[in-house]
Design a protein around this ligand. Structure first.
Ligand SMILES: Nc1ncnc2c1ncn2[C@@H]1O[C@H](COP(=O)(O)OP(=O)(O)OP(=O)(O)O)[C@@H](O)[C@H]1O
Ligand SMILES: [Mg+2]
Length: 145
């Protein structure tokens, strides 16, 4: 599925829809062009999950954690940005595995950097600019209406 994101509201709308399709343990991989909107999508997804804190990019600390709500129960949200990771051991050291295979929702910006650490079952979201400079989102592993 491919969606054109003209404005922030488009990202918000899709985030709300995806939030409804999540289950405990879902891993969301975000890949694509620099500045195409991975963190923005994460912010709207967290908002849709009831996170009231300000969500920022964890570029320097690798992971931020938030608490949201899913199916009327609290859910942990782990937001990773692995842009600067070139050695997967660095992530293993912080317990990446346990988070990804745990009961929370994991969101991984630049997931393509750490292919061997990702579960096969995942939502894969590619955000990029087409040749007209428009933001495009492609979605795999999740169905939304
Ligand atoms: N759908 C959209 N419409 C208009 N502007 C957008 C949209 N999505 C994101 N932006 C803007 O693009 C800029 C970069 O967004 P963002 O930081 O989310 O990208 P990113 O993919 O996380 O970047 P990085 O590759 O550095 O992690 C921000 O100023 C954001 O407001
Ligand atoms: Mg980002």
């Amino acid at each position: 599925m491919q969606i054109k994101l003209i404005a922030l509201e488009d990202t918000q709308q899709i985030a709300v829809k995806i939030a409804k399709a999540l289950q405990p343990g879902t891993v969301i991989c975000l890949v694509g062009d620099l500045g195409a909107g991975k963190t923005t999508f994460t912010q709207y997804l967290c908002e849709a999950l009831g996170v009231t804190e300000y969500v920022t990019s964890p570029t320097f600390n690798l992971m931020n954690t938030y608490t949201g709500q899913l199916n009327n129960a609290p859910i942990d949200i782990y937001h990773f940005d692995v842009y600067r990771i070139f050695d997967e051991d660095e992530l293993i050291e912080i317990g990446f595995d346990e988070f990804l295979f745990g009961k929370g929702i994991s969101i991984v910006e630049w997931a393509n950097q750490v292919p061997s650490l990702l579960p096969d079952k995942r939502i894969w979201i590619d955000l990029y600019f087409n040749d007209k400079g428009e933001r495009i989102m492609t979605l795999q592993g999740v169905s939304i209406e």
